[in-house]
Design a protein around this ligand. Structure first.
Ligand code: ADE
Length: 250
């Protein structure tokens, strides 16, 4: 069976994923630890994406070239940009754009040179099966994060959003930068630092790709507030629950 690539943005997520694999074996490539094993009987290769577009592109390329994965699923956190995209919500990516790509006047702003486009879409079928898993987890949030986290992070009415995610090599943590991103890319729901790179690598190789991002902050002046605690208490639990649910019911 062709293995599934699982890229986690955060150590906490990867640690939780590894706990779910009964038989993981570590293989080092390009200074990264890749974990080969089985989850619900399905062969997977789990790896930390690393941070930023170039690092994530190298990780994705190694997953494809060295481990032969047939699809890649990415989980992590993101800053909310769209109105109504709140901390604790989840965004299922329909596509990605690099918000910091600008080779104008040679190419239109955001267009990736020589690709003739600025957007890289995710795989429709893979995303549809992840959607079901994400919905099932968000319908029972307290079961996955516990009632204390639900009240601490105000997770009573979390939502699943779907649409465009913007990626760039910056942690967006000022209200001014958040506003300028909202103006430049009004349809972007969230911002993070890797997805567009992985989407581009997957497009290059024809490998289906899907991504789920939990909103950890609003990419504004408060963006750093409870970041680490939120990742531990909420985001990494969502990710593992969604991946587990998805692998159980492909
Ligand atoms: N990942 C989580 N929050 C983010 C933000 N505000 N900017 C970039 N990447 C993020």
């Amino acid at each position: 069976m062709t293995p599934i690539g699982i890229m986690s943005a955060m150590h906490e997520e990867l640690a939780a994923v590894l706990q779910a694999l009964p038989d993981e074996q570590r293989v080092q490539v390009a200074g990264r630890d890749f974990w080969q094993g089985h989850w619900h009987g399905r062969p997977v290769v789990a790896v930390l994406s690393r941070i930023g577009k170039v690092a994530a592109a190298t990780t994705a390329t190694a997953l494809i070239e060295r481990f032969g994965v047939g699809q890649i699923v990415f989980t992590g956190v993101a800053g909310g940009l769209g109105s109504g995209v709140k901390v604790g919500d989840v965004v299922l990516a329909h596509g990605f754009v690099q918000h910091d790509m600008d080779a104008s006047p040679l190419f239109p702003k955001h267009e990736v040179p020589l690709y003739g486009r600025s957007r890289f879409e995710t795989d429709v079928d893979l995303s549809a099966s992840l959607r079901d898993a994400a919905r099932a987890v968000l319908a029972q949030v307290a079961d996955h994060v516990g009632p204390e986290a639900v009240s601490e992070f105000d997770l009573q009415s979390v939502r699943l959003h779907e649409g465009l995610i913007a990626s760039g090599d910056r942690f967006v943590s000022t209200t001014a930068e958040c506003r300028s991103l909202q103006q430049a890319l009004p349809e972007a729901l969230a911002v993070e630092m890797e997805g567009a790179a992985v989407a581009q690598v997957c497009a290059d190789y024809g490998v289906p790709f899907a991504a789920l991002r939990t909103i950890s902050d609003r990419a504004d002046d408060d963006a750093h507030a409870d970041f680490s605690r939120f990742i531990r208490a909420v985001a990494s639990r969502y990710s593992v629950a969604m991946l587990s649910q998805w692998l159980k019911n492909p």
